[in-house]
Ligand binder design. Sequence first.
Ligand code: FES
Length: 81
Amino acid sequence: MAVTMCLCYGHTFEEVKEAVKEHGWTTVGEIGKEMGCGTGCGLCRPYLAKMLETGETEFEAVKEVKQPSDKQKWSWKGFGK
Ligand code: FES
């Protein structure tokens, strides 16, 4: 079964990719800050990082999660009001 979206916020990776293109975001943190994706359960974070890296929007579910690179590393900065 392919993974195609952030379930917590209901955005497909295709939608996220379009927003990334439109706004020029380069990190998972920016996506989370603006769209929420990655700030819920966090399971979509590695897929968002892979989407930023490759442009792919459909992924095989992974059992082992590779942590994002330092460039893509999750940051809590900018969250909370
Ligand atoms: S699936 Fe994206 S934050 Fe839970």
